[in-house]
Design a protein around this ligand. Structure first.
Ligand code: GDP
Length: 695
């Protein structure tokens, strides 16, 4: 019959993982008794180790669901807290400490908690049993204990002693049974004493006649009877003061002590019916538990079938029977992300890189022009700038060298462009664009709802890009090196530069004009702007001498308005000069490269174009293709094969919708599994019955 209990206890454990439902469980033995009745000593005698929290005022605050697993072929004895993941604890004093900590973690204001602590003990010396240790009843509330503690303990015990659980009611021999809190509580729920086992502890403390009469008690008759025990750990057997926290097995010491006691008193031997000793208690518990569990199999199995039907219905209606596991969810999400990534790689190639880079270099060219050519137009562009002849400023120069200042200007501007660190700039522009696109892909993927995966992908991508960029920017810098010394332009390159820069200037003109417009609105209209600007112009040309430093305003204008006015003047000048330069670039003067010193816009654009061509080719080959190759593999490593089952679960459950779906699938699978196990159990039971019949 032993196999049967083991199996049933296993099933009980499985049901515990299915979830809370009173009907969805198999019965267990619930241990109740008042404080100091010897409850802990009985449990420890059964387990063979001291492992329960002790100490003055130490109240068990949470139920302990104790599953004993008999391992006949193994030597090792160990405990496990499945919910804590501490692994196998072979040191029972560590189990004791853990239980103490778990108890102390319940806030005193809550008194007790009905959230049970799961503890499994594996040993060749324990029987297969499922026991629940409950807080001991207290008579008087201690000074430092909450007043409602007594009541709360009672309520908690009431919850557990309901049918079909077996009640193990512990009473001490030296206390009148009429005063036994455990028996009183059990009688309330089991008035006919059909599922209560009485345990009388401390038999050694009363004289044998009285002890025998307790065991034969008729006043509180229990169908399952009383068992008398002496469970005190004899001194020196691990329970003595010297070895109080010893780790040795105390079972044989207790048995010896107990046997010696009962054998030395002929009164016990005289009565054959008497049930005494821890050994007998264990046997009785196994026997009663097995029968009680077996009797519950049918109702439990019906309850499981009902729950399963519900879960199956939900699965069908809510989820269209779509199977799901954390693993498959992750794999699908990863596949779909990789698919969208592939789509992106097809849309982002050399052409896109080129556009990005050219745009970036266009901006650099504009900056250079503004710094070196357009900055103070009225000073630099001489002679005075007749609006009718937009070219006058530059055309007066002699292209063949008379005015070498233009030559130097252009050479140094071109050098500034080629030596600007194009390698690093271009690489980082493209790497940043790739990173931005990855972020965009994540935000539009299933991973959007998963912080863990988001971070993993972002990190994978930044790590690869960082790694590649380091060498690539150096190598690219080497590729463009020749341009730092000499730049030869073909006619067609000049023509292309002229066309392009015209567009760039027009775009820049638009930007400046719209900035001007916005400023006008902010400053309060065109007229206001004009007034402020003309004031500033007059100050600049020396027509007005400011008194003081002008802080706090001048000319009737506030400081803020003046500063906006200066911006407006700047933009106006900018618009003027760009307009002039567009005309210049479009003019015949700039049609060919012979006049290059006077057409710096065209020349610098052509240089930027050359740099771009080198960079886009190189970055396409080195950065893009390597990144496109490495990222999917890195994602596999970080989010695919690389994850443990727990990590996958955690990932999938981040999304509440997926969590609900997974829960239903898991519940259904578990219930199906339990039901199958139950079926196996029924067959086992039938076989054992037949075997007994044959004997
Ligand atoms: P609990 O509070 O109900 O868990 O009780 P304990 O198991 O801690 O026991 C209370 C006290 O009674 C302890 O000092 C034990 O040593 C003592 N005790 C337990 N069982 C026996 C026994 O069978 N005989 C004697 N003499 N003392 C016992």
């Amino acid at each position: 019959m032993m196999m049967l209990t083991k199996k049933m206890i296993e099933i009980r454990g499985l049901l515990q993982t299915v979830g809370q439902s009173d009907s969805l469980t198999l019965p267990s033995i619930v241990v109740i008794g008042s404080q100091s009745s010897g409850k802990s000593s009985v449990l420890e005698a059964i387990v063979g180790h001291e492992f329960l929290p002790k100490g003055h005022n130490m109240v068990t605050r949470r139920p302990i669901e104790l599953t004993l697993v008999n391992t006949p072929d193994a030597q090792a004895e160990y405990g496990e807290f499945p919910a804590l993941g501490l692994g196998k604890l072979t040191d029972f004093s560590q189990i004791q400490r853990t239980l103490t900590d778990l108890n102390l973690a319940v806030p005193a204001s809550d008194c007790v908690s009905d959230d049970p602590i799961q503890l499994r003990i594996h040993s060749p010396n324990v029987p297969d049993l499922s026991l629940i240790d409950l807080p001991g009843y207290i008579q008087v509330v201690g000074r430092d204990q909450p007043p409602e503690l007594k009541e709360r303990i009672s309520q908690l015990c009431d919850k557990y002693i309901r049918a079909p659980n077996v009640i193990l009611a512990i009473s001490a021999a030296d206390v009148d049974l009429a005063n036994s809190t455990a028996l009183r509580a059990s009688r309330k729920v089991d008035p006919r004493g059909e599922r209560t086992i009485g345990v009388i502890t401390k038999m050694d403390l009363v004289d044998p006649e009285r002890a025998v009469s307790l065991l034969n008690d008729k006043k509180y008759a229990l169908r399952l009877g009383y068992v008398g025990v002496v469970c005190r750990v004899p001194a020196g057997a691990g329970g003595g003061k010297l070895f109080h926290r010893g780790n040795g097995n105390i079972q044989s010491a207790i048995a010896k002590n107990e046997n010696a006691y009962f054998n030395s008193h002929p009164e016990y031997a005289a009565e054959e019916q008497l049930d005494v000793g821890t050994r007998n208690l264990k046997k009785k518990l196994m026997h009663v538990l097995e029968h009680t569990m077996a009797a519950s199999l049918k109702t439990t199995s019906e309850a499981i079938q009902r729950e399963l039907a519900e879960a199956t219905y939900e699965f069908k209606v809510q989820y269209n029977e779509r199977p799901l596991s954390a693993e498959s969810y992750l794999a699908e999400s990863l596949d779909s992300f990789k698919h969208s990534f592939r789509g992106f790689t097809e849309s982002f190639g050399r052409r896109e890189v080129r556009e990005l880079l050219k745009h970036e270099l266009d901006q650099q060219v504009l900056n250079l022009l503004a710094q070196r050519y357009w900055n103070r137009p009225l000073d630099d562009l001489s002679p005075p700038f007749p609006e009718t002849d937009p070219l006058s400023s530059l055309a007066k120069a002699d292209p063949e060298g008379e005015d070498s200042i233009w030559r130097i200007k252009l050479d140094s501007s071109s050098a500034a462009l080629t030596k600007l660190g194009v390698g690093r700039l271009a690489t980082s522009v493209v790497a940043n664009a790739l990173q931005r696109n990855i972020e965009y892909l994540i935000a539009n993927s299933r991973f959007a709802a998963h912080p863990f995966a988001r971070q993993a992908i972002t990190e994978a991508s930044t790590a690869i890009l960082k790694d590649l960029s380091y060498d690539i920017s150096d190598e690219l810098e080497i590729c463009i090196k020749p341009y730092k010394y000499r730049i030869d332009l073909e006619d067609n390159e000049w023509a292309k530069g002229r066309e392009n820069v015209t567009a760039v200037l027009k775009e820049e003109l638009k930007v400046a004009e719209s900035a001007s417009k916005r400023l006008e609105e902010v400053m309060g209209g065109r007229k206001k702007v004009k007034d402020v600007m003309s004031f500033i112009d007059r100050v600049r040309s020396g027509q007005i001498i400011l008194e003081g430093d002008g802080v706090g305003g001048a000319g009737g204008f506030s400081q803020a308005l003046l500063s906006k006015g200066r911006e407006a003047v700047f933009l106006r000048d900018r618009v003027d000069i760009i307009k002039l330069r567009i005309l210049a670039v479009k003019s015949k003067q700039c049609a060919t490269k012979t006049n290059k010193y006077h057409c710096p816009e065209v020349f610098l654009d052509a240089v930027a174009d050359k740099l771009t061509t080198t960079a886009d080719l190189f970055l396409d080959a080195e950065l893009l293709s390597k990144f496109y190759y490495q990222l999917p593999r890195e994602l596999d490593a970080r989010l695919g094969r690389g994850l443990t089952q727990e990590e996958m679960d955690r990932f999938a459950r981040e999304d509440p919708k997926i969590k609900r779906h997974l829960d239903v699938v898991r519940r259904k699978d578990l219930l199906e599994h339990v039901l199958k196990e139950m079926e196996g159990l029924r067959q086992l039971e039938a076989r054992e019955k037949r075997a007994i019949g044959r004997r």
